[in-house]
Design a protein around this ligand. Sequence first.
Ligand code: PGA
Length: 253
Amino acid sequence: MRKPFICGNWKMNKTWNEAVDFLGDFLPRLQGVDGGKVQVGIGAPFISLERMATTAKGSILEIGAENCFWEEKGAFTGEIAPNMIKAAGSTFVIIGHSERRQYFGETNETINKKLVALLKHGLVGVVCIGETLAQREADQAEAVVKDHITGSLKGIAADDLKNVVLAYEPVWAIGTGKTASPAQAQEIHAFARKTLSDLYGAAIADATRILYGGSMNPANVKELMACPDVDGGLIGGAALKPDDFEKLVKFNQ
Ligand code: PGA
């Protein structure tokens, strides 16, 4: 069975002390949440990672980064390597977010290099995939999703898939308040799983989690999570508010 993963993506929000304030409010709300039944994470700016991981120690909350570089060390001014993220207490890295594709020139190739690098350090890669509105309107959603999966996972061994989570985020639904309908989400999630099955076989495809992202909120989480191939959420706006994020984490209560 795939354990649901409710993962915040804070993007470029909150100073580290605002992050610690958030945790002061949010962590007590996790008491009684069974970490065996749901995995909870927050992807946060690099500068907050260490303090957040220290603050969250002993709780079920995991902390992760929103990006990394693919080299181990060296003359790459301004970049952050996976081993630094790991040393700061993080367990996962979100890579290939559409904002990074759009504003920072990320491609399948750079995402793939990042995935290879972070897997080497025992981190989990949350790999974002998904089409733009223009691509959906041109009937290319499946082709784009297939291209993102095959490109990002190129050369990744089957055994490493246990440390890979996919996040389907239709770009037209991110931060817009427009959510994919459960039927639209399920259709692409099933297609993504079939793509995984073609690449790695049914057992690995069945075991790999595929999160939905794009305006997930307390009002729509239940119906999205009821889709058989939706295994969690990658949540931007609603993860910035303790009340909303608590409701998302407790979607099945
Ligand atoms: P949103 O962002 O929940 O604010 O739409 C999701 C994401 O970009 O990961």
